[in-house]
Design a protein around this ligand. Structure first.
Ligand code: E4P
Length: 218
């Protein structure tokens, strides 16, 4: 399973890249607005830091302008995955850019039916938003179950399931159990994965007991 971080905060990205466990980055217009950075420069900087796909989202909603924006973003680096919304125009852009050899992430997916369309449009990634479905009282992980099952039925569907809008480590564990290819989570949630109180307790005990031996390994 690949781990992407969902942020436009370059300091957070550098810090998580340093763990050696980060496989990519996703951004969206809200995260970019929060960062206060110039978008194109920011994406170029992220591509230099992370050795994996970096999702950069188009800002327009009509086909022509999304195509121009997508081509512009794709020129930044071969690591850029152009992010397009799951709309008829967005899927048309997906098909065109993926036919040209660019990575495309189809975002704002909220149903298995939409995920089928993304795969047919040749998306590299489809991003179903589990947290936002949970927020409105629907079963976010339920659509991941359905999408993974559907994609497994068709060998010509190469699209990877990128579980997005992750709110907690349980979402990540459930996504892994279902065989989802990728999760993208906020930095705080990725850091939570490392923690268990029994790890801290056990380590403190081992350190204490090792001192009693009076030995040094080096
Ligand atoms: C995915 O690509 C999106 O940027 C993201 O996961 C949205 O998450 P949110 O619902 O926490 O805003």
């Amino acid at each position: 399973m690949k781990f992407f971080v969902d942020t436009a905060d370059i300091a957070e990205i550098r810090d998580l890249a340093d763990t050696g466990l980060l496989d990519g980055v996703t951004t969206n217009p809200s995260l970019v607005a929060k960062s206060g950075r110039r978008f194109v420069e920011l994406i170029a900087e992220i591509c230099d830091v992370v050795n994996g796909p970096v999702s950069a989202e188009v800002a327009s909603t009509d086909y022509e302008t999304m195509m121009a924006e997508g081509r512009h973003l794709a020129k930044i680096s071969h690591r850029v995955a152009v992010k397009v919304p799951l709309t008829p125009a967005g899927l048309k852009v997906c098909k065109a850019l993926s036919s040209d050899g660019h990575m495309v992430n189809v975002t704002l997916c909220f149903s298995p039916a939409q995920a089928i369309l993304a795969a047919k449009a040749g998306a590299t990634f489809v991003s179903p938003f589990v947290g936002r479905l949970d927020d409105v009282g629907q079963d976010g992980m339920g659509i991941i179950t359905d999408i993974c099952e559907i994609y497994r039925n068709y060998v010509n569907f190469r699209t990877e399931v990128l579980v997005a809008s992750i709110r907690n480590p349980i979402h990540i564990v459930k996504a892994a159990r279902l065989g989802a290819h990728v999760v993208t989570a906020p930095p705080s949630v990725l850091r939570q994965l490392f923690n268990h109180p029994l790890t801290d307790k056990g380590l403190a005990q081992f350190v204490e007991d090792w001192k009693k031996t009076g030995q040094s390994i080096l």
